[in-house]
Design a protein around this ligand. Sequence first.
Ligand code: C2E
Ligand code: CA
Ligand code: CA
Length: 585
Amino acid sequence: MAALLVVSTILLLLQHRTLRWAKTESNSNLQLKSILDNIDALITIKDANLQYLHVNKKACDFFNINAVDALGKRFDDIYASTQEQAKNRKSDLQVLLHGDHLSMEEQFINAHDKRINTFLSLKFPLRDKHERITAVCSISTDITAYKAIRDINHQLIFYDLLTELPNRRLLLNRLENLLLTARRDQQNSAILFIDLDSFKHINDARGHHIGDELLKKVARRLLRMMRQDDSVARIGSDEFVVVLTQLSSDTDTCYATAEEVSSRIRRALEVPYFINGQAYLLSASIGAAFLTAQSVDTEEALREANVAMHRAKDNGRNQVMFYQPTMTQEAEDRVSIGRDLSYAIGSDQLKAYVQPQFDMQGQTVGVELLLRWNHPERGWITPERFIPLAEESQLISKLGDWLLEQACALLLAYPTHCFTVSVNISPSQFRDPSLLQRIEHILDTHHTPAHRLIFEITEGMLMQDPYQTTALMNRLVQRGIRFAIDDFGTGYSNLAALKRLPLYELKIDRSLIHDVDTDPDSAAIVRAVLALGQQLRLHIVAEGVETQAQADFLNQHHCSALQGHLYAEAMPQEQWRQQVERRIH
Ligand code: C2E
Ligand code: CA
Ligand code: CA
């Protein structure tokens, strides 16, 4: 680029000269030619017939011509491409006829290495002393390297390196343009916010190279499904956005198209991915929102799609949800509940209630700790609502530690009893690498007999990463802790795997118990679970027992313990202690 500065100084010199300079070899002309030959740019001067009056050394080298032979020739005589010839002629004439000063990008093939180089060319007229235009001067600076760097920068700034898809910044640029179209032509676009459901588990368990490979495959699948005008972007680790452009001005039509395409995407992403001969399963939660003439701005529309995506996740994942204004309020609630929860842990608001479990003789054989949160403004918030929030915000480990301390304290209060204390362990808690260390620390500081502790985990956790989960279970079992599978009978447990796991207990899900005395299918499943448990010598607890008929059925089939409202609801620990004391005295 510095050459351009030098060149522009020389222009001033040139412009005050006439054609005579080329024909007469005065001293000053020779000096000028020497300067032009040493400048790092292609410089040519053509007369009114577009014949060369001067071609500098650099241009001669580039086009592989001789400076003297070139005189009187035209560009067409020294360069083959008819397209470039036409462009060159047109611009020369524009300068000659109208006296224009042009700045343009040109591409020429280097005569030696046959590579295409890009030039920034300046073209301007040369005038005689009567100010008549007599020649056109062209100065072309090679900007090939500069352009390559610019392209790389562009790629880095606007594209995701892994998938080569547009990134968030480019997506927002495109959305800006679409918003203008929507406002001008009433053409709406749909934003589909796609989040992969179990990607993080696979990434953690199988390594980043598998994770990266999966993301690339997802990107390719999405690209294959899109029309040319649609966009696919990757805007977070496992977050993609698809924009369906200019759908229609009619809301119903937009909705129908977006629904059809998003369902198709959801199904396509469910198809197994093969990497090194191994199949991997993913699913996606998709949130959809529209970009219309009424949209406030693009960030807002993207946020709406994101809120809808979170709703799809909360609803059980692997589904599509469309944004509705009420969702914003709920999203805000989630944030504030999550924030309040961190204050609640360890305060009076949060309590670990107990729900006892009884054997056939009516003896308390165990209790399950269940969380209860009395929020100062919102009142009671169920664990089903706040546990997922705690999982998302990483508060779950703090909550889990606190609960384990409660369990330890309860066990220590009854050192001579033999009832067990069960705690629920959520999947993200189990994935925390520091879990083992923290549990050992808590057990050591409380001098708790670990063999009276039962950790309830779910079938899903075993399915997601059987190898790692089993390894951790074994370490904890060595420490004395026992394991139960919670909500058993609703998942898809690999029954063969059950045998290999260090399990103590199965808890039959309350949905099966609910109609065990009325629905033959539920009865058959419960009987099968009981038979399986007995075969594997597992302790079996039925949860959610509400009626005597259910209890009778379970007792008849030798269920080890029953838990449910028929006997007791979850209650504050003090209340339960009073009941226990009363029974003892
Ligand atoms: P869960 O582990 O399956 O707990 C059993 C749920 O059934 C409890 O609901 C309990 O109150 C309820 N229940 C007990 N007996 C009956 C009955 O006879 N009929 C009916 N309809 N329900 C009965 P809760 O306390 O609302 O807990 C819901 C879920 O929240 C629990 O399901 C568990 O997954 C989770 N949860 C509760 N406390 C904790 C905790 O400390 N940590 C974790 N990670 N999860 C927890
Ligand atoms: Ca449980
Ligand atoms: Ca359960």
